[in-house]
Design a protein around this ligand. Sequence first.
Ligand SMILES: [Zn+2]
Length: 380
Amino acid sequence: MERTIVGKHYKDKSTIGIGLLNGYIKSISKYPRKEELEMVGPGFVDLQINGFNGVDFNQGGLSPGQVVKLTKDLWSEGVTTYYPTLITNDTVKIHAAIKCIIKACENPLVADSIGGIHLEGPFLSKKDGPRGAHPLNFVQAPNWNLFCEWQNTAKGRIKLITISPEWPDSGKFIDKCVSSGVKVAIGHTAASEEQIAEAVQAGAIMSTHLGNATHLTLPRHSNYIWDQLANENLWCSLIADGFHLPVSILKVFLKVKNTKSVLVSDSTKFAGLPPGIYNSHIGGDIELTKNGRLQIINRPEMLAGSAKTLRWCIEHLVNNEITSLEYALEMASLKPIEVMEISNGFETNKKADLIVFEYVKGNLKILKTIKSGEVVYEYP
Ligand SMILES: [Zn+2]
């Protein structure tokens, strides 16, 4: 049965009617102008989610039911597609987490919401700083056979891998990933200019959370941040939660990577939880402050991950006048769709993944989330 959602286009604010049929956008047409309507736009796509609202993909003991719960909780944040992110870990634990995610995909709406698994590690830099919080003992050189074992368990659902190209023969590994349909991002890296160039030549397309997981001090001229910024073929993902990157860096990165930037939340299971003291399997004793900063208790200058979702990152960009609302929304939806080359979008014949929202006094309020044509969340 065809249904129509009427609202204001997120971009030009014109009144539109979106016809939905069988889970797809059948038509987008102009409607007589109405002022009081809510806005409508594409659902959010988050390429990097480690956990949310108490559920953690990486700490062990994950159940398919938890993955289903997390997916539903993300709908309430306007996220209609996400990439569960598995970080550097014991290979058995990576297999176990993958199995769980695949099992959860027996629920068709969950399967539809998971764009693919993002494997962030274990083929990263061993160096302190670039390695970030990834456990050193499991960090290793790119290993195609090992990757294929995980991909086999994942039934081909690993769609994105973050590696550091500082390992020998990284180019060959990247080439094999790309040939098998897996997107490759550069991250947690101390790679040289040549190694970054080689990685891009081999098919790497993005810098994962550019500007984070780096040395505290870098040579002013020759360093991997400049090299990635300068490479015109590389997209970048940014954690714009207000804590991972200062406003000035976000402004500069977005000037350089204007059309090739995506927002990621990189959220941990603490996102969505109330402020308080918690224990994290990677950070130890941590505090989630009232303003949403997740920090290590004994070293509050150190972040223990992100506790924000894309919705908050959009607010941060807009409220600090870093980007327009329209652009921030696209960085959280159409841009990740473009970089991952998935068949979603805000146009006819695309999956009907939509949000109905309002932006009032610096707050992005999700009023309704529509996934594959179904209303999966409504503001209470
Ligand atoms: Zn990371």
